[in-house]
Design a protein around this ligand. Structure first.
Ligand code: FAD
Length: 398
């Protein structure tokens, strides 16, 4: 193919090879296979896939599988670019990589995810550990390995906080693990699942303090809203998620969390040639704006790919609909609880606990990679997820 022909190709650039971005790349590659007029490029900071769902394992020194993104993409025709995205120019339609390379696009898919919101209280950015990426998790692992005694404070009693506190307490029984948060752990679960979760944390020796608010992180302590100070040899910050300032700086419409506001086809409402997927997207459903999960993130990637394919074939994209179905929570390696949910994420009566829940959780956690491999051969296999019925219907939808 000569340079002139290359210039006429429709360039789709996908930013981020996490759960959502990789789903978008593999699905789109399958849909446009054989087309010479479309080029798909995937940009990511590392060649190794980050299993965010296992970062609390990495943070406690456990080995996780090395999953290679370029290897997975072999044979798909997707061009992989390793690099750090530093800017998006939505006017000239180009992405800047590592400050010195530029990638032009016709269609952009933004899937750079989010990080722990350490800007929420003073000191968290400087003194707290996070599970925002592998390197952050490894820093905590190094710290924990050096501690023979002392206190680890996990700030944030959401599910990442619960899974992390349980994992740390199980791996390091000599450490005192304190879980702090505004809400009871498992607050969104039914009473049975919540009680089971709380019992497991008690059994592992995690001290739970709900109804408290951390207002400051110090080098060796945290300060609570009532003035109390708790000594801490390590603080893990899990409360809240923050999205990179890149979309806002590019002039894209974002919500209060910095997420790109999308229409029903997952296009930016201000820049329709930009799709937003995964944790970085503010996607409205009948029940409200979706919150970041892998279970919802992968379908957003697949749907964006389907929308782009339809648009390239001169068709209208379809509205995206997604309903939640479960909340699987690990409680160390030997225990777990799975809360089944309605499409709006409210708890059903049914839940799994103990060994069955452990197997369920592991099956779910391990499933994305084989799903991508399957999608390579059979794109349609990745295009199924619960659409949520009346829970996700938006009245104004056409
Ligand atoms: C400990 C933990 C446990 C979790 N457990 C669950 C669970 O059980 N179930 C569930 O549904 N969800 C879970 N989640 C949430 C889930 O991990 C996220 O919702 C999911 O990862 C979002 O996918 P994503 O593709 O949007 O972003 P990510 O998976 O975060 O992928 C983003 C990618 O973009 C790359 N990137 C970011 N910025 C740049 C840049 N500037 N330049 C280049 N590359 C960049 C990152 O390196 C990464 O590869 C958990 C999260 C954590 C931290």
């Amino acid at each position: 193919m000569n340079a002139k022909q290359t210039d006429t190709r429709h360039r789709v650039v996908i930013l981020g090879s996490g759960y959502a971005g990789l789903a978008a790349a593999v699905q789109l590659a399958g849909r446009v296979k054989g087309r010479q007029d479309v080029q798909v490029t995937l940009v990511n900071a590392q060649e190794r896939f980050t299993e965010r769902l296992r970062l609390h394992m990495t943070a406690t020194g456990q080995e996780v599988a090395a999953l290679d993104i370029p290897e997975l993409l072999t044979g798909t025709g997707v061009r992989f670019v390793r690099g750090w995205v530093t800017a998006i120019d939505a006017e000239t339609k180009a992405v800047r990589i590592d400050d010195d390379r530029e990638l032009p696009y016709d269609t952009l898919v933004y899937g750079l995810g989010g990080v722990a919101d350490t800007t929420a209280v003073p000191g968290a950015e400087d003194h707290a550990y996070t599970l925002s990426g592998v390197q952050d998790a490894q820093l905590l692992a190094e710290r924990l390995a050096r501690l023979t005694t002392g206190t680890v404070v996990v700030a944030g009693s959401g599910l990442t906080g619960v899974e992390s506190a349980a994992e740390i307490a199980e791996r390091y029984p000599e450490l005192r693990v304190v879980l702090l948060g505004r809400q009871e752990p498992g607050a969104n679960m039914n009473p049975r699942a919540r009680a089971y979760l709380r019992g497991a944390l008690d059994r592992l020796g995690v001290r739970v303090r709900a109804g408290v608010e951390v207002v400051k992180v110090l080098p060796d302590a945290v300060e609570l809203a009532d003035g109390e100070t708790l000594d801490a040899d390590a603080v893990l910050w899990t409360s809240g998620t923050r999205v990179s300032p890149l979309p806002a700086a590019a002039g894209l419409e974002v919500d209060a969390h910095g997420r790109i506001v999308t229409d029903q086809a997952l296009r930016s409402v201000s820049h329709p040639n930009v799709y937003a997927i995964g944790d970085a997207a503010a996607i409205r459903q009948g029940y409200g704006v979706m919150h970041g999960t892998c279970q919802g993130g992968m379908p957003t990637g697949v749907h964006a790919a389907l929308s782009i394919d339809r648009t390239l074939r001169g068709k209208q994209p379809k509205p995206f609909r997604f309903g939640y179905y479960h909340t699987p929570v690990s409680l160390g390696r030997g225990d777990a609880v799975v809360q089944f949910t309605r499409p709006d994420d409210s708890p059903r009566r049914i839940c799994l606990t103990g060994g069955l829940a452990v197997r369920y959780k592991e099956t779910v956690t391990a499933s994305p990679w084989p799903t991508y491999s399957r999608m390579k051969k059979m794109p349609a296999s990745g295009a199924f997820w619960p659409h949520g019925g009346r829970f996700t219907r938006i009245r104004s939808a056409k």
